[in-house]
Each structure stands twice: as C-alpha cells, then as structure tokens.
Design a protein around this ligand. Structure first.
Ligand code: FES
Length: 354
C-alpha cells in the first residue's frame, strides 16, 4: 500500500486549468507524470492510482501539484506549508530594484498594474447621513466585478438602516466598540471582529461611546451604492444564529511562518464570501495570483504592494483592491509585522494561490 512518503512533489504551486463540462480528467496522484497535472502512466509499480474527475461545469480551477491536498484534485493551499517559511522574494533583486514606487492620484488611490489599487481613506471625504459617515472605497470605478467595499463611521447614537439588497455583506470593526443590529437582532461587537449579514437582511450600527465606531462593509457581489431603509425588517435568518466572530488564538491556521484565522466563513453560513485576519512578518511574498477578487485592509504595520511594473507604499488604515488573476506581492517592511484583514469572493480559502 502506498503511503504519503511515496508521493512526489511535482511543483510547489497548483496548475491553473480550464475544465470542459462533461469531460473526465485523470489527475496524477503520484507526482511522477511528465504531463502534469494529468496521469501519463508513470505511477506503475508505486501502488498509487490516478484520480478520475468528471467536470460538471466549465470552470477555471487550480489543480494540486504538490500532491498533498486534502481536496484532490483541487488545491487546498497545502503547498504553503511545504517549508517552514512562506515563499519569499528578494525586494532588493536587480529586477525588483527597477520597479518604481508610484504616488496616489488626487482621489487617494495609487493605481498599480491590472486594476490593483492602494486606497487611502481621507476622513474629510466622508458623506454623512445622520450619525453615520460613509464612503465607497472600492467599486465599479476600480474595475471591481465581484465585490465592493464601503467605509462606515458611526458617531454616538444609532445609524440609519443600511442594506445591500440580495447580496452577502461582510462587516469588520476596525476601531471602537458597539453593537450591530442585523434584521432585528442585536449583537455586541468589538474591535477586530467580523460579522455576516445574509442576503436580504439589513443592519444598523449603535454606538454608546464618544469614540467613533469604525466599520468596513464588503458587499458581494458588487453593489454600487448603499440602500437606505426607513425601518428594519425583522427577517433574521434563525437557521444561522451566529453572526459575529472575534479573534481566537486557537482558531489560527499556519501558512509557513504566517498565520491566519477565518472570521466570516462557511462555518457561520457564508459559503462564498469569506473573511480572514492574518499576520505578515517582515518579508516580501513571492509574486502570485488568486482566482478570487480580494479587498485587504491594513490594520497595523507598513509595507509595500507590488505588481509587475509598479509598487506603492501601504500603511495602517489603507485598503488594497486586488482583481482576480492579477500578479502581486505584499511586502511587510515593519519589524513588528503587519496585521491585515481580507474579504475574498467568490472563494472559501484564502491560502489558495498560484
Ligand atoms: S502518473 Fe501519477 S498517478 Fe499516474
């Protein structure tokens, strides 16, 4: 019987592939095939057999190349843990030294390659509705297709009722303490906690203190504007009672020398809009891509966001928009590390990269 030790790592990154609906593929499980990621018969004598997979739909997928995945034939991010250190790039290599640092445009956005942008939030640019300051940070103007991000700042009092129609809404509290009322049900929520609002539900923010209650709201798929409601419908989905998730050291996943913790994910009913919080040590990641669209908020520390031909500084409070398939690398230049929170959509695993 073949064991894990008999499996050869064909590559440390998955293979991007476009499946054809109805076709059956034979994924190489042994790692020896010269026609990766598919079987060429080289497994003979190893006791390992290829995995037959019939595609039910035409779709873009990442097929596991390290052969360590727990979800064969698809990548589950296991390649990130093949070494103790997350794959790094040298920011001082001759090629990287030639990449220029760019400044933000007048709207506070530094525009990198392929629609990737670093957005700085200027408090004076907020619009007001009652006690709520608000602004769209990421939207159609950035080329976003799958998600938009709004910044909400609630002064003392109760905010107007906010909705995003039939979309998933993923909230994150970046400062302050208060309550989020979702479809008539009230949840206390603290700094660095995430919350999930189901499609069709609305929410408001409550702040009893003097310090502003700062909340990011990601709408998935993209919403171009906030819907303001006169009253909140009491249509809370009782089948999914847990909606707020805070930091929990025991819920951390490792990824090389990094960690991340899922906040809003399928464990609380959000299958395709996923929020995670994680740390990045002093380092520059090897450039890579994702199949999901991502918004990333820098919570502490500073660094630099790189694409093929441009880079821009990032610091606490900034937001990064990352389109699907855009090559990128986030560098932390802070000896104390960088804390980030991200929303990916559509996707359920932020460690899957290629
Ligand atoms: S060659 Fe690897 S499973 Fe067939």
């Amino acid at each position: 019987m073949a064991g894990d030790a008999d499996v050869v790592v064909a590559a440390k990154k998955p293979y991007y592939f476009e499946l054809v609906a109805g076709r059956t593929y034979y994924w190489c499980a042994c790692g020896r095939s010269r026609k990766q990621p598919f079987c060429d018969g080289s497994h003979k004598g190893t006791g390992i057999e290829p995995l037959a997979y019939k595609a039910t739909a035409a779709e873009e997928v990442l097929l596991c190349a390290c052969k360590k995945t727990g979800t064969p034939p698809f990548c589950d991010g296991s390649h990130n843990n093949l070494s103790e250190v997350y794959d790094r790039d040298d920011p001082d290599s001759p090629a990287n030294r030639a990449i220029p640092m760019i400044a933000a445009d007048a709207d506070g956005k530094a525009r990198l390659n392929g629609g990737c942008a670093v957005c700085t939030i200027e408090p004076e640019t907020l619009e007001r509705k009652g006690v709520l300051g608000h602004r769209r940070i990421i939207g159609a103007e950035d080329g976003a297709l799958h998600q938009s991000l709004f910044y909400l700042e609630c002064a003392r009092g109760v905010s107007p009722v906010v909705g995003f129609g039939d979309r998933h809404v993923v909230l994150f509290v970046s400062a302050g303490v208060g309550r989020v009322v979702i479809a008539g049900r009230s949840f206390p929520i603290d700094t660095n906690a995430g919350a999930y609002v189901r499609p069709g539900e609305t929410f408001c923010l409550e702040n009893d203190g003097e310090a502003p209650f700062k909340v990011f709201a990601a709408a998935c798929p993209r919403a171009d504007a906030i819907e303001w409601h006169e009253a909140m419908a009491s249509n809370f989905d009782d089948k999914l009672p847990k909606r707020v998730v805070g930091l929990d050291r025991h819920a951390r996943h490792t990824m090389g020398d990094r960690f991340f913790q899922m906040l809003v994910d399928k464990s609380i009913g959000s299958d395709v809009a996923t929020q995670f919080i994680g740390d990045i040590p002093l380092s520059k990641a090897t450039p890579h891509r994702h199949l999901y669209e991502e918004s990333l908020i820098i919570l502490s520390g500073e660094g630099c966001m790189w694409t093929e031909e441009k880079k821009a500084p990032v610091r606490a409070g900034d937001v990064i928009f990352l389109p699907r398939k855009q090559l990128h690398s986030l560098e932390c230049t802070d000896p104390g590390g960088m804390l980030v929170v991200g929303v990916i959509y559509p996707g359920d695993n932020p460690s899957i990269n290629y």
